[in-house]
Design a protein around this ligand. Structure first.
Ligand SMILES: [Fe+2]
Ligand SMILES: [Fe+2]
Length: 354
């Protein structure tokens, strides 16, 4: 450990350096000029500083003041060595942040004992600081790993759903991007918008619980089949709910609420207005718009303009006006997303192929 000694008297410097050398692991660095010592301190951090009080140019207290102004050095103990034993000097030195005093003439065993104590304290403080930094790093690493695991889980679940759902992967790509776009335009923070991007693709995960005859039926569903198909919202929620992973909780909320309508005529809970979670209200716009503009086994796709007109016509009935406006305010970007992610045919098989 490095001990900086500043004393204008060369003899004192030699004696102090010798005393420091006799303390385990301590190495003296000596300066007879306090201004030079101050310059050295601008670039170095010793483990302990011994300052003579009476020095020309800059006395011990002035140098102590300068040291304490330096944030980097604020945990380095400073000992003032002084012949002045008045209470006033001691109080002033303590006020300036001095850690201990040594009275001249020094008693060598006393100096050694004090140095040992202060260096031991310094060492244990450094250890604690290192351990705290290490723990903080570890917490950060584990948190990041958990986040990645959550995201991977989401991705795998979405992938599993894709195998059964005639909707294409491109639909999920587009509708999740539209969802994020709407949230951004409506002023939500970046974390929420990015979580929405990752959670939205699971909106129809519940379809894995719908019988093939209904899920893959090429034509319109009958009155009897419709309620069964609509169960996908509740099934999706059951699959995803009560997770410790925040992303899955958001996905569960979306699965349950993406078919609710703003006027209360949706399903499964006929919620209306602000009772429908924000995520569900956003995804509703994104999902319907993309469903209309996608090619499905049972229908041709609508033009972007026709789908836009449909969203506008249902502003305030099916869709939350706030999010319709947010969606339309980024129309250029909507068209860009649509063209950048055209339907693939990976899972877009005709129902007869299953
Ligand atoms: Fe759905
Ligand atoms: Fe969808």
């Amino acid at each position: 450990m490095n001990v900086l000694i500043v004393d204008d008297d060369q003899t004192n410097l030699i004696i102090m350096a010798a005393v420091v050398r006799r303390v385990d692991d301590a190495e003296p660095i000596t300066y007879s000029n306090p201004l030079e010592a101050a310059r050295w301190l601008d670039a170095n951090e010793p483990d302990l500083i011994l300052l003579d009080q009476m020095m020309p140019d800059m006395d011990g207290l002035a140098l102590l003041q300068r040291i304490r102004q330096n944030k980097r050095l604020d945990t380095v103990p400073v000992v003032i060595v002084t012949a002045d034993t008045s209470a006033e000097t001691r109080i002033r030195a303590l006020d300036e942040g001095c850690s201990d005093f040594l009275t001249k003439p020094i008693i060598i065993p006393e100096v050694q004992a004090r140095l040992r104590n202060l260096l031991a304290l310094r060492q244990s403080r450094a250890l604690l600081r290192d351990r705290a930094a290490l723990l903080a790093e570890e917490v950060q690493r584990v948190t990041a790993a958990l986040q990645r695991q959550g995201e991977e889980l989401v991705l795998r679940l979405s992938c599993a759903a894709e195998y059964r759902d005639p909707e294409t992967g491109a639909h999920l790509e587009r509708m999740s991007r539209y969802s994020r776009l709407i949230a951004e335009a409506a002023g939500y923070d970046a974390d929420f918008c990015n979580d929405l991007l990752k959670a939205a693709p699971m909106h129809d995960i519940g379809k894995i619980g719908i019988p093939d005859l209904i899920l893959l039926k090429p034509g319109r569903l009958s009155e009897a089949e419709l309620p069964i198909m609509r169960q996908h919202a509740v099934i999706g929620h059951r699959i995803l709910a009560d997770s410790d992973v925040p992303l899955l909780r958001m996905a569960a909320e979306i699965a349950l609420s993406h078919h609710e309508k703003f006027d209360g005529s949706g399903y499964p809970n006929r919620l209306s207005g602000a009772a429908i979670p924000v995520t569900g209200r956003i995804v509703a716009v994104a999902d319907v718009f993309d469903a209309l503009t996608s090619t499905r086994p049972y229908k041709r796709s609508w033009s972007l303009e026709a789908a836009r007109a449909y969203i506008e016509q249902n502003r305030g009935t099916h869709f939350d006006p706030v999010f319709v406006d947010a969606f339309l305010s980024r129309w250029d970007k909507v068209c860009e997303i649509h063209h950048a992610h055209l339907d693939d045919h990976l899972t877009d098989l005709h129902p007869m192929d299953f």
